[in-house]
Design a protein around this ligand. Structure first.
Ligand code: WQD
Length: 319
């Protein structure tokens, strides 16, 4: 199958493209390469395109026709929570505009199947285990753009006979292959490693939450599992009868910030102890995925745990 992967040179996208190629499919990358790494997708057909720019729909439709695209995995998006608070209009323009171009190009080329990258951020301050029918009340513009994207994709799917599945990612970490490790320092694991590499103490943002050890709890899912889930969902789309489906992608198991920090420190020698800093505004105490729906529907479950995630990160660092 010839699959368009927008944002394919990114940390998650590159894992998806590699799995596609390894099983004999063709990954056609469209990316603005602003934050991705082109080398991650060497040897794959790639087209530099900013999907939020005027004229993107025509350019994308041309790529889809020329490349014989049969399905789309749309990952390209701005995803920094703090940046979205400072630049809400830009975030809605970027993320909403890119998805609009993708949907318009799909309609123009007769491509019916779409996997849309959504996020646990749509749940906002949900505390505890969240299922797909839990309240979706995003607390930042980034999460709003993801929820609005789900609504838009669902509306177009219903009106135009598309088959769309939105995947709500929980906390993605790890490295499926050492050369595809996350190079951005925007989330807990890379941020802790960056502090330790600089010879500084890792920081724990708040240890007075109503959790077992007082630090926040999250559902850390291996990026290799996340990529695998995209292929399982992609393969199920032709059998999907409803226009739009939503799945949580996580492990169903919560790990605390303290557990992650200590797991990293235990893999190092003489790593300085963590220091506790004030809570980070907007952090819910605990957000863990109910993962029963995708397991029931598709038989998919994450295969890796937190130790596997941290082992893969250190294997990549050893390269
Ligand atoms: C996790 C926990 C921090 C760094 C974000 C996005 C979400 C999704 C996943 C894309 C929090 C704490 C962090 C540090 C710390 N991304 N922390 N010290 O906020 O759960 O979710 O990434 O879809 O949309 O919002 O992830 O990694 O930023 O933080 O204590 O140096 O680690 O306070 O409790 P988050 P995160």
């Amino acid at each position: 199958m010839r699959v368009l992967v927008t944002g394919g040179s990114g940390f998650i996208g590159a894992h998806i493209c590699r799995l596609l190629v390894e099983r004999g499919d063709t990954a056609v990358i469209v990316d603005d390469f602003a934050s991705g790494v082109r080398a991650r997708v060497d040897g794959m057909p790639a087209h530099e395109l900013d999907l939020a720019e005027p004229g993107a729909t025509l350019a994308l439709a041309r790529v889809m026709r020329d490349e014989g695209v049969e399905a789309v995995i749309h990952l390209a998006a701005r995803k920094q929570v703090g940046e979205s608070v400072a630049r809400p209009l830009w975030y809605h323009r970027q993320n909403g505009g890119a998805l609009t171009a993708v949907l318009e190009a799909m309609l123009a080329t007769g491509v019916r199947d779409l996997v849309f990258s959504s996020s646990a951020a749509v749940y906002g301050d949900a505390d505890g285990i969240v299922a797909e029918d839990s309240p979706t009340v995003p607390v930042n513009p980034y999460g709003e753009t993801k929820l609005a994207g789900e609504w838009l994709a669902a509306d177009v799917a219903r009106a135009e006979g598309l088959r769309v599945t939105s995947l709500r990612y929980f906390n993605v970490a790890g490295a499926g292959w050492p050369d595809l490790a996350d190079t951005a320092v925007l989330n807990l694991v890379p941020m802790v490693l960056a502090q330790l590499d600089a010879g500084e103490a890792p920081q724990v943002f708040g240890d007075d939450y109503a959790t077992a050890d007082g630090t926040c709890v999250r559902d850390f899912v291996h990026v290799r599992d996340l990529a695998d889930a995209h292929l399982a969902v992609l393969d199920a789309l032709p059998r999907q009868t409803e226009p739009h489906r939503v799945y949580n992608i996580g492990t169903g198991i919560g790990s605390s910030v303290r557990e992650v920090v200590e797991g990293i420190r235990s893999r190092l020698t003489d790593a300085p102890a963590a220091v506790t800093r004030p809570r980070r505004p907007g952090d819910p105490a605990a957000v863990v995925a109910d993962v029963s729906r995708i397991a029931d529907d598709l038989g998919w479950r994450a295969q890796h745990d937190l130790d596997d995630i941290l082992d893969s990160v250190f294997a990549a660092r050893a390269q």
